[in-house]
Every structure is written in C-alpha cells, then in structure tokens.
Design a protein around this ligand. Structure first.
Ligand code: ATP
Length: 254
C-alpha cells in the first residue's frame, strides 16, 4: 500500500530575532501513522508543532496539512486537527461536562460529553471540576478535548510527562485507539521507551534540524549493525517492570 502524506513540510524556517529555532526542516507525516518528534530541550519540536497547528507564524518554507496550506487555509486546517491545550487553557471551576460543552460550542459541533469522557475512561468524573483531577486524569481529559471535532490529525506535545507508569501505559492504549479509528497522531516525547513502543516513525530534531527520520526498529537495527554495544548487559527486566509488577497494571486514580 502506498503511504499518503497527510502533512508535508518543506524547507521550514523559524527565526526568533537572529536565533534560528527551526532550520530548513523537511519531512512528511503519513496518513494513519503515529509520528514522533524527538530531541533535546530547545531543539525546536514545540515550535515546529505550533507552526503545523497554525498557532505560530513561520519565517519561511511551506507547510501543508491535509492538503491545505498554513498560509492560505489556516481555518480549514484548524477544523481538521485536534490540539492539546496546556492546562492553563481550562477553566478550573467548570466541570468536565461543562468544559466539553464549552469546547463543542466553540467548534460548532454537537457531541455527547459522556461519550467523549467514555473514550478516556473519565465518565465517573463527569461532574468533577478540572482542578480536582489528578495529573493523569488531566492529561486524559485534555486528549478527550482534542477529539471533540472528530479530527483527521491530533497533535500531542509531551502527553505523558509527569505521569506514573500505569497512567503512561493507559495513555499509550488511548493513543493507539485514536489511531485505530483512522486518526493520524503527531507526538513529542522525551521518553524513548514510549517512542519505541508507540511510534511508527520518528524524527530526531537537534538544534533546529532534523538529523534522522526512520522507524524505531530501523534506527536500532542500524545502530546495532554499526557495531554498537551497550556497556552494561541489560537485564531482562527493569525497575519499571518491578513497579508494574508490584503495583499492578490498573489505573489508581479513577
Ligand atoms: P522542549 O523539549 O524543552 O519542549 P522544544 O524542542 O520543544 O524543547 P522549542 O520550545 O521549540 O523547543 O524551542 C526552540 C528554541 O526556540 C529554544 O531555544 C527556545 O528558547 C526558543 N524559543 C521558543 N519560543 C520562543 C519565543 N517566543 N521567543 C524567542 N525564543 C523562543
């Protein structure tokens, strides 16, 4: 099957004054994949995401999202994408039901808050205020809000940062289920285990440039073929496995 690009980025540049945050970046995201942007702090991942989301102006280059140019058709792009807001974007004293009603009103769509909350296992928090949620629940709720307009692509910027191992695994399942319904997912993360498990392809960004783009498997196979060996023989389990084994796989915070 030929993979169709749903996002095309050509020669993208973003300067803040004299500082070049994104430096002549080219890449494509294919329809239906989970695509990861990886790289050190300050590499330019969030800046790139925000340009694709039409939330930040670029300096030069071309960006097409689902066939629409960010220059000419930002409005059409906004209708087709789901963007995870930072926590500050939610009114802390509204209930989850009220927040979903508010967002669906803004998008001009009619959704059932309970159906949206069911997608992220938060129906029993329907009457809770946003500020009363745990970190993992807040993340799940913010992912639910990205789905309100039934988007073609969702953008998730470090969705599992700060979560416990169960909550992280639960979010991986959620992200996979979003993809299994045909939605393309673009994600940034600093967790390489997460990228390896979740992403079909990843791009490594460093100092504003893409320095490698491939599937996690290919990257690892190439490194091994080059003669790389880990210094220490890795045990067949790690401390996270111990954590999960001792505390169980169930979410704690429902
Ligand atoms: P992190 O992993 O820490 O989230 P990132 O890869 O997402 O990093 P960006 O947030 O895109 O990195 O930032 C890229 C560079 O651009 C950084 O050096 C940052 O300081 C700079 N930068 C980001 N936003 C602005 C701004 N509004 N004005 C000036 N410089 C900025």
């Amino acid at each position: 099957m030929v993979k169709q690009p749903i996002i095309t980025v050509k020669n993208l540049v973003k300067k803040y004054g004299n500082f070049v945050a994104v430096d002549q970046v080219d890449f494509e995201v294919f329809e239906g994949e989970i695509f990861g942007l990886l790289g050190p702090n300050g590499a330019g991942k969030t800046t790139t995401l925000e340009i694709l989301e039409t939330l930040r102006d670029k300096t030069s280059g071309e960006v097409f999202v689902d066939g629409f140019s960010v220059d000419k058709d930002a409005g059409s792009i906004k209708k087709r994408i789901g963007v995870q807001l930072q926590a500050a974007g939610y009114y802390p004293n509204l209930t989850l039901t009220e927040l979903i009603e508010l967002f669906s009103g803004l998008y001009g769509v009619n959704v059932s808050p309970m159906e949206m909350l069911a997608k992220v296992s938060l129906t029993d928090k329907a009457k809770a205020k946003y500020k009363e949620l745990s970190g993992g629940q807040k993340q799940r709720f913010s992912i639910a809000t990205t789905l309100i307009n039934n988007p073609r692509i969702v953008f998730l910027d470090e969705p599992t940062t700060g979560l416990d191992p169960q909550a992280r695994r639960n979010l991986w399942d959620l992200i996979r289920s979003i993809r299994s319904e045909g939605t393309t997912v673009v994600i940034t993360t600093h967790y390489m285990d997460e990228a390896e498990i979740l992403c079909d392809r990843v791009a490594f960004v460093d100092a504003g440039k893409i320095i490698g783009i491939d599937s996690p498997d290919h990257f690892i196979d190439q490194l091994v073929a080059s003669g790389f060996e880990r210094e220490k023989q890795v045990k067949s389990a790690n401390l996270e496995d111990v954590f999960i084994n001792l505390t169980g796989k169930e979410l704690r915070e429902i």
